[in-house]
Structure formats: C-alpha cells, structure tokens
Design a protein around this ligand. Sequence first.
Ligand code: GS8
Length: 221
Amino acid sequence: MEGKCDVILLDYGFSMFGLRARIALAEKGVTYEFREEDLSNKSQLLLEMNPVHKKIPVLIHHGKPVCESTIIVQYIDDAWHDDFSPLLPTDPYLRVQARFWADFVDKKIYEGGRKIWKAKGEDQELTKNEFIDLLKILEGQLGEKPYLIGDSFGYADIVLIPFSLWFYTLDTVLNMTIEKECTKLAQWVKRCNERESVSKTLPHPQKYCEMVLEREKKQGR
Ligand code: GS8
C-alpha cells in the first residue's frame, strides 16, 4: 500500500496540463498530495524537481520527478497498470494513434487557442476560423466513435478534455459558436463529463470562464 506522501502533484490553479495529470490519477484511483505552486514565486521543490523547464505539473513518485503532462499521464498508466483501466490501448497501432492525437492537441489546439486570445480585430476572426477548422479535424477523428481512439476513454481523451473549458469560454467571451458548429465534439465533451474522474476534476465551465475574465481584467486587457 502506498501512502499519500509517496505521490505528490505540483500543480497550479486549473492549468490545462495539470488537469490532465489529475484526471489520470483519478482514473487510477491514486491517492496523492496536491501542492499548489505560486508560479510567480516557485518553490525550491519545483525548481529541484523540474530544473529543465521549471514548470508545473510535476508528479513526484517515491521522491522521483516525472515532468511534462503527456509523459506524466503515460507514466501513471504504466506505474498503476491494471487490466481494468488502461489509458493507452494495448494494440501497438492504436497506441501510436493515441499518441499522435495527443501530440496534435499539444501542437495545434493549444497553440490555436492561444493565438485567438493574442489576436485583435480581423486577425482574431481569422484565428477563430482556423481554430474551428482544427476542431473539425478532431471531429473527423472521432467519427462515430464514442471516444477519440475507440470505445473507451483514454490517453488522447485525457489530453484533450481540459480544453473543453476553453470552448465554453471562447463561445461566451468572444462570441464563438464552437458548441453549435462542432456538435460531435460537444457530445464527446458531455460523454467525458459523465466520468467521475472528469466531472470531479474539471471546474464548472462558467466558473472557469469567470476566472479567465478576472485574469484578463487584472492584466488590463
Ligand atoms: C507545459 C506546462 C506549462 O506550460 C506540459 O506539462 O505539458 N508542456 C508542458 N506549465 C505552465 C503553467 S500552465 O500554463 C507553467 O508552469 N508555467 C510557469 C513558467 O513558464 O514559468
């Protein structure tokens, strides 16, 4: 039996990346200690455990650090391996498919969303359309499947689902119509939220949206 102190998660607020680790830990039923970092005054522990990137999330297991959210989720799947709740499929081709789509989320969805917030005026309209196009690509991958890689919720879904908070926020604050235009994705979000690991970890989208607005106000945007 592992004690709570054997597993520590260094995290911050509702970071998209930290949420991935939290959902994976919940899927595996792992008890852990959650340590909130102050990113403007990082703890010595964070600097020691992630000297390369100095970023959250960091999972510390038996005193040893695992960094980078996608790697953390894969580690959680290996370290708490069982036959009932694998996050990655066993079939080698499906495994790489899961990794491919997780990589797509990191490279395209994350960057696409950030671009919208940074852009202004006409440029912003362009970035919004580009983002919808990216979401349509994800819908193509979903097809008629319940989850991104098949019948079960797993790695690629965990990597993507925190970004559903952005969808609601973009629709509300920047008058986008993601939910209306991407109905398949909206259904997938609903399906994921039926899992306790997701619904108990993600904040309510409205609450997240209010936090984003608060942050924007503070930054004078
Ligand atoms: C990204 C982590 C990250 O950006 C991952 O874990 O997947 N590729 C990494 N973490 C941010 C907080 S979330 O926006 C962070 O720790 N920033 C602190 C800093 O940059 O100093």
